[in-house]
Design a protein around this ligand. Structure first.
Ligand SMILES: Nc1ncnc2c1ncn2[C@@H]1O[C@H](COP(=O)(O)OP(=O)(O)OP(=O)(O)O)[C@@H](O)[C@H]1O
Ligand SMILES: [Zn+2]
Length: 460
């Protein structure tokens, strides 16, 4: 079996990937805070870790990989959207409005990420379903001297964990100097971070030994990962913007609670706009839905992401999208009516296994297309979630509608000139490409028929 090598952010080295249990390879990825539509920056980790998930399934077998990605449904921004609806006159209780907002956002998220060909993770836990586990973990941290309760808050005592800062490669003192840490009267040390905080009576809250309140964001992931994947698991992923403080804090909590944690940490670099991270707070974003509605197919968005290594920053540009669309249209033409090879090309699997070298894998696909190995191209593209049946609708529809318009124009011209030869020539070429042609006085309709071969349409 070909070995997978992954760049581990924790050791800053590319390492052989050796699963703890090859019959159950386990991966946790930090998921979205569900208060609004995902922007295309948010889609980058989805495509990156979906590609890794597909590779792991290819290597270890579909039944032997557990992928968990959470929904963060406790958050001030969610509360704010619900409060805005209440202020606008909605009489329902805040809890119902919050639930409605998170349900709606999860529905959008699923629809948008499905459109990018991302498989749904095996488990998609919601933070609010694991409050009990979070409370238990926090209680254990207090008992172990790693956390303290004060004024309804529980704080993690950062100085109690000697390894703090190791993931991001910084010392606690540097972090204090560089980060905007909140100084608060209930903190022993400005670096200490919140595990639990009180909730106002008009906001969602849960009973706990420290009063009615809600968990901090970091403890959510530690508790869900532990509950669903066990004390130690293989891979933890997320965007590089989460490395500090979120992931640093997850590690501190889980290790001090006496669990191990993830062995390999992977971080995708940012999707940028003019050198800056695309983010909601900067306002420099557009959503996945915006692009889909503008007619950019999900498959095009996916292949644009795959064109850049996940560890490098990238921009979204219209030129990249146009080039990607041309590639996919060509490939879809080449593989039309062809069965995929039984296995993907070894060169593609090798590239993906080399720390997800997706650009290299795509280059291998181009080479296969060039030498006429269409069955190999198809099988290989599918390992990356491309050229799948479900994602192909856009390519068929658009090609043929352009040709239908052309045929119709030729027919109009022929009616005037009485020279039907150009119409007949295009019609014969379409039939030769396996297209069903229906011409009536109402118009021209083209449908892919048996033996449809889109490559033969390229010259028309
Ligand atoms: N510009 C970006 N490029 C790549 N990944 C990103 C980008 N912005 C956010 N992410 C990733 O998206 C995932 C979901 O994050 P989350 O829902 O917390 O985003 P967010 O914080 O609402 O987005 P924003 O950063 O725009 O406020 C995380 O893994 C995060 O690292
Ligand atoms: Zn997380």
């Amino acid at each position: 079996m070909m070995g997978i090598r992954l760049h581990n952010s924790a050791t800053r080295a590319k390492e052989d990937f050796v699963p703890i249990d090859a019959s159950n390879v386990r991966m946790y990825v930090c998921g979205p805070t569900v208060y609004d539509r995902a922007h295309i920056g948010n889609a980058r980790p989805v495509v990156v870790f979906d590609t890794l998930y597909r590779l792991l399934r290819h290597v270890y077998g579909e039944a032997h990989v557990t992928y968990v990605r959470n929904f963060t449904d406790v958050d001030d921004k969610i509360n704010a959207t619900a409060q805005a609806r209440k202020a606008a006159g909605d009489a329902r209780p805040l809890e119902a409005l919050i639930r409605e907002r998170t349900e709606e956002t999860i529905g959008w998220y699923h629809a948008d990420m499905d459109a990018l060909g991302a498989l749904r993770p095996k488990i998609e836990p919601r933070a609010t379903d694991y409050i009990g586990q979070m409370v238990a973990m926090i209680a254990g941290l207090i008992a172990g001297g790693h956390a303290y309760a004060k004024e309804g808050h529980v704080l993690f005592r950062v100085r109690s964990y000697a390894e703090y800062g190791r993931l991001s490669g910084r010392s606690v003192d540097d972090m204090i100097a560089g980060a905007r840490v909140e100084v608060a009267p209930f903190k022993e040390d400005p670096m200490d971070f919140v595990l639990w905080k009180p909730s106002d009576a008009d906001l969602p809250g849960w009973e706990s030994p420290w009063g009615r309140g809600r968990p901090g964001w970091h403890i959510e992931c530690s508790a869900m990962a532990h509950e669903l994947l066990g004390a130690e698991f293989d891979i933890h992923g997320g965007g590089l913007d989460l490395q500090f403080p979120h992931h640093e804090n997850e590690i501190a909590q889980s290790c001090c609670a006496g669990h191990g944690f993830a062995r390999v940490w992977m971080h995708n670099e940012m999707l940028q706009v003019e050198g800056k991270k695309m983010s909601k707070s900067l306002g420099n974003f557009f959503t996945v839905r915006d692009l889909l509605e503008k007619g950019v197919p999900g498959e095009v968005i996916r292949i644009v992401f795959l064109g850049t290594h996940y560890g490098k920053p990238m921009d979204w540009t219209a030129e990249k999208a146009a080039q990607a669309e041309a590639t996919l249209r060509k490939w879809r033409g080449l593989v039309a009516g062809i069965d995929p090879a039984p296995t993907p090309l070894p060169g593609v699997v090798a590239a993906l296994s080399d720390d997800l070298n997706t650009a290299g894998a795509l280059a291998e696909c181009h080479a296969a297309a060039g030498r006429g190995d269409y069955a190999g191209l198809l099988a290989s593209a599918r390992v990356m979630g491309l050229l799948t049946e479900e994602m192909g609708e856009w390519a068929r529809g658009v090609d043929l509608s352009g040709l239908a318009a052309k045929l119709s124009t030729l027919r109009e011209a022929a009616k005037a000139s009485k020279d039907f030869a150009p119409v007949d020539a295009l019609k014969s070429a379409l039939l030769a490409a396996g297209v069903e042609v229906r011409m009536s006085k109402d118009g021209v309709e083209l449908m892919p028929g048996a033996g449809f071969d889109a490559t033969k349409l390229e010259a028309l």
